[in-house]
Structures are given as structure tokens and as C-alpha cells.
Design a protein around this ligand. Structure first.
Ligand code: GLC
Ligand code: CA
Length: 547
């Protein structure tokens, strides 16, 4: 597909986690054939881009985020022909194909690494980050990896350690090596030529390791110690200019962006880096710190920081996070209302919404009975860490369950059939048993379902540029559960109100009684007044256009 500049601003992106989306051949693992079967469903949802988590050859230590060959498709997912069939089917329906680029690290089974570890003077010896041992043969420094334990691993053949910010099977690439960089650019060129329309770029804030003293050694995690160094920004600009900008390929980087200024650095058009950023927040942190007030504070700060020439990726969910209705909503009593409220929130903010598979039917977190049932490497390591720190097994399991990445990875629930219609075989990860109540087929039949609410939202967004492009202003007070804002574009003026809590709340807005309700989740029954009483998790989108 050909793309105009700024086309990414009018996308609605759907993220597929291929392993868990749809199994096309009955081996229990989702695959490209299954994805192609569901293209009409995606079209009917109203999305116009699909980001697929990695489908490249991989030993699956980190479910595909450990790539052993960037130019071939993981056998379990199918063949390059299957990928091309998906691409063609998507393009025929006006859906762009966004690939996941993992460029911070490869698998330790990648041929580059297998060569690199052999000696200090082979053609690939500088493709990874190698360092001499510290005093007494210890690690070169105390950096921890994201998945627990030291970020360094010793290799006797070289008498050196290599750096891995994630699992030890995911060695970090050395972007300072010109040859490595040229090979990485070739990988991108390969997918450009295959017809990718854009990229989600994985874990990209720490290409420059700052090991010469520029990293912040007070940080425990290597990823935090060298986050957002200028060398990383320089590398990103070089890559984008060469590989993505010429054809306006869409780019969204997964970054460390605790401060709004960091997001500006990554997404402002004037700097020539990414179109959008996905700030990474560890689930444990999110779980402990989120609140409606925090959300409002972030919203306002990020709007101010990016409104001139940046852009926002809007999401609550992805393959690394708990299910949004379980974390920010109420998965029991107000399941339906809160799932809809969260959706209305994400789709009425300035920016590009990202829907994570299953979110559109309100899928919830999983609770497995034993740690053995969890697949995610991060969950297993976290559990062991908790036990080592003195937690008893059931407490450790409870903590791990709340933040486990498997919450997002249980198979998609298509219908009330064995395994939720995900597979005819034995699923690689157990299906959430609530598939009998929560599934696509049931929600297709129900006019009032979460799924059909998403369709109304995507439909509204296509017809009303104010949703993506309008100016934004918070209307609600800083404290309290009500998040309300105004959007304006030309004569269009919308007021959008959400109650982020299970308690009733109220909201005052002059003129609201003259507005027209475009969408709501409780059925408004004529309750539109200047002083609104909001029910639990109520959401209302009101049009108040000027004459
Ligand atoms: C990103 C991915 C995550 C992966 C990690 C290492 O955070 O989203 O799933 O484990 O990078 O590639
Ligand atoms: Ca399969």
C-alpha cells in the first residue's frame, strides 16, 4: 500500500498475539492461517491496521521476542506464503500490516551470536556487547536483567561476559558496530520489500549502553541505567531516515517514557524519530500506582508535551499487561459497563487507539491453580524471586498472577465450543474457563455487547475527525473518579464523561442539557442535565456542536 504523510493519525490498530489468536491447523498453537481466517472479523470491527507480535523463526524462550532468523517464519506459525496470504488479504480489506521489529537483541541461536561467541576475532565478534570480567572474575557490573538475575552471562570460549537486558538467551546487539548495523538495516529492507506498512519497534530505549561511564550506575536494572541516552536517539534517527521515512512507513516505538519530555523526544516530528511511542510501565508498578487522578495528570501533561508536533498511541492493554477490565475496571459486577467505559475513553482521546485482541469482548485475567500452569518466563522468574524473598507459595502465586503476562496471552475466546473455538487440539496455554459467557459469537448476537460498542466507536471515529484530531481540554477536577474532557475541531464540540469507579459520582457542565448523546453505556433515559449523576463506570459521549 502507498501511504501519505501522517496517515498513522487516522489508524485504529488491532494487536494480534499470533500464538493465542486462532489456530488454523489443530496443533494447539495460533498461526497465520488462523489469522487470515479472521480477517473479515477484523474488518467488521472497523480497524484499519494490524500489528502482529513477532512471527519470525525463534526458539521461543520469550515467545518469539528471541529471534533466530529475521527472514523466515516460525514453523509453528506457518510459512512465508502464509504470511503473504495474510498480507494480501489484509491489504484487500484496507488493513495495513505492522510488523514487530526486535532490534535490541536476538536469540542466542541466531547465527550472528553463534559465530560471535566463538572467539574475539571473527567476522561477528563485535555484533554483541562483550566485556572483560570484573575483579575476581565477577560480572563487569551489577546490572540486573528485566526477567531477573544478572544481565551478564559468561562464555568460556571468549573468557568474557555478554550483556542481556532480558533472558540470557536474548543477547543484546551492539549498535556501535557498523557491520552489525548494516545487517540490521538489511533485515528492515527485507520486510519493506515484502510490503510491511509499518513497524512496532521493541524495547528500543537502550541501544546505547553507556558503558563508558554515561549510564546511571545508581540504577539496578541495565535497561533503566542507560535509558534514553543521546546515542540511542541518534541511532533511531538514522534508522528511521534511511528505512522508514521515505515511504512514510508507520513507526511506534516501545520506549521508557516516564516523563512527558521523553515521549516528546521520541515522537516529535521535528526530531525525525518515531510517529508514536508505547511507554513501557512494568505491570507491578502500574498495579500499585494507577488511579483516576494519576490518569488525569498524565493525560494533561502528555497532551501539552506532544500537541504541537508529537502524537499519542492510546492503549491500556498489550501482550505484556494484565487485562484492562481486570486492572482498571471491574471484572465482576460491572464487567460490561466498565469494559465499555475504558473503550470509550481510549477511542475519544487525541491520538491513535490500539486494541489488544480480546479486549473488544472484555476478556479478563486468568487465575491458574499452580505456577506450573504459567508459561511466561517473566512470571516464573518473578514467582521464584518472591519465594526466595520469603513469601509462601500461595502468596507468591497470588502476586505473580496479578501481574503475569499470561493474563493477556490466554487464547482468544471465539465461541462457546471446546477451547473457546480457538483450536481443535490441545491449546498451548489453557483457555480462560469463562469462555462460555465471554466469547465473540455470543457478542455478535447481542446488540448491546461490548463488541458492538467497539464497532460503534470505530464507526464514530471514521466519521468524526474531531475524535482523532480535535483539541483536548480536561473539564473534571484533578481529584476524584470522574474523567471528563472536551474535544473541539472547527464547529465540532464534544464533551466526554467517564466515571472511573464502582461508586456513583456527579459532574457539572454548563449547557450539557442541550447536548445530543452519541454513545453511552448505561442507557441515558433522558438524564442529560447540567448536573449529571453518574452511575458506576458510566460513560457518555455528548455532541454539543456550535451552530
Ligand atoms: C518488549 C516486549 C516483551 C518482550 C521484551 C523483550 O517489552 O513487549 O514481550 O519480552 O520486549 O523483547
Ligand atoms: Ca497451529
Amino acid at each position: 500500500m502507498k501511504h501519505e504523510k501522517d496517515w498513522f493519525k487516522d489508524l485504529i490498530v488491532y494487536q494480534i498475539y499470533p500464538r493465542s489468536f486462532k489456530d488454523g491447523n489443530g496443533d494447539g498453537i495460533g498461526d497465520l492461517k488462523g489469522m487470515t481466517q479472521k480477517l473479515d472479523y477484523l474488518k467488521s470491527l472497523g480497524v484499519n491496521a494490524v500489528w502482529m507480535s513477532p512471527v519470525y523463526a525463534s526458539p521461543n524462550v520469550d515467545n518469539g521476542y528471541d529471534i533466530s532468523d529475521y527472514r523466515s517464519i516460525m514453523e509453528e506459525f506457518g510459512t512465508m506464503e502464509d504470511w503473504e496470504a495474510f498480507r494480501d488479504g489484509a491489504h484487500k480489506r484496507g488493513i495495513a500490516v505492522i510488523m514487530d521489529l526486535v532490534l535490541n537483541h536476538t536469540s542466542d541461536q541466531h547465527p550472528w551470536f553463534k559465530e560471535s561467541k566463538k572467539s574475539k576475532d571473527n567476522a561477528y565478534s563485535d555484533y554483541y556487547v562483550w566485556r572483560e570480567p570484573g575483579p575476581d572474575g565477577r560480572e563487569p557490573n551489577e546490572w540486573q536483567s528485566v526477567f531477573g538475575g544478572s544481565a551478564w552471562e559468561y562464555v568460556p570460549e571468549r573468557g568474557q561476559y555478554y550483556l542481556h537486558f532480558f533472558a540470557k538467551e536474548q543477547p543484546d546487539l551492539n549498535w556501535d558496530s557498523e557491520r552489525a548495523r548494516a545487517d540490521i538495516m538489511d533485515v528492515i529492507r527485507f520486510w519493506n520489500e515484502k510490503g510491511a506498512d509499518g513497524y512496532r519497534i521493541d524495547a528500543i530505549s537502550y541501544l546505547d549502553k553507556g558503558l563508558d561511564g554515561r549510564a546511571d550506575m545508581s540504577q539496578r536494572f541495565g535497561t533503566a541505567a542507560c535509558a534514553n541516552l543521546e546515542g540511542t536517539h541518534r541511532q533511531i534517527r538514522g534508522m528511521v531516515k534511511q528505512m522508514m521515512e521515505p515511504d512514510h512507513l508507520m513507526t511506534v516505538g516501545e520506549v521508557i517514557g516516564d516523563r512527558p519530555e521523553d515521549l516528546w523526544d521520541y515522537t516529535s516530528a521535528s526530531r525525525g524519530e518515531f510517529n508514536m511511542a508505547i511507554p513501557f510501565v512494568p505491570p507491578v508498578v502500574e498495579l500499585e500506582t494507577w488511579s483516576p487522578s494519576r490518569i488525569k495528570e498524565r493525560l494533561a501533561a502528555e497532551y501539552e508535551a506532544l500537541k504541537e508536533d508529537g502524537w499519542w498511541a492510546r492503549f491500556f492493554s498489550n501482550h505484556d499487561k494484565p487485562r484492562q477490565v481486570s486492572l482498571y475496571g471491574d471484572e465482576e459486577k460491572y464487567w460490561k459497563q466498565s469494559a465499555k467505559m475504558l473503550a470509550a475513553f481510549l477511542h475519544t482521546l487525541p491520538g491513535t487507539p490500539f486494541i489488544y485482541q480480546g479486549e473488544e469482548i472484555g476478556m479478563t485475567n486468568i487465575r491458574f491453580a499452580s505456577i506450573e500452569d504459567y508459561d511466561d518466563i517473566d512470571t516464573r522468574n518473578y514467582y521464584e524471586e518472591q519465594v526466595r524473598a520469603g513469601a509462601d507459595c500461595s502468596e507468591a502465586l497470588r502476586r505473580a498472577a496479578n501481574v503475569s503476562r499470561d493474563n493477556a496471552r490466554t487464547p482468544m475466546q471465539w465461541e462457546d465450543k471446546p477451547n473457546g473455538g480457538f483450536t481443535q487440539g490441545k491449546p498451548w496455554l489453557a483457555v480462560n474457563q469463562n469462555f462460555r459467557e465471554i466469547n465473540v459469537a455470543a457478542q455478535e448476537r447481542d446488540k448491546d455487547s461490548i463488541l458492538n460498542f467497539y464497532r460503534r466507536l470505530t464507526g464514530l471515529r471514521k466519521e468524526n475527525p474531531v475524535m482523532a484530531h480535535g483539541e483536548f481540554k480536561l473539564l473534571s477536577p484533578a481529584e476524584g473518579p470522574v474523567v471528563a474532557y472536551e474535544r473541539r475541531l472547527g464547529k465540532a464540540r464534544w464533551v466526554i464523561v467517564h466515571n472511573f469507579s464502582a461508586q456513583p459520582a456527579s459532574f457539572k457542565c454548563p449547557g450539557l442539557d442541550r447536548g445530543e448523546v452519541l454513545l453511552s453505556n448505561w442507557g441515558l433515559e433522558g438524564r442529560l442535565s447540567e448536573e449529571m449523576d453518574l452511575r458506576p463506570y458510566e460513560t457518555v459521549i455528548v455532541r454539543m456542536d456550535e451552530e
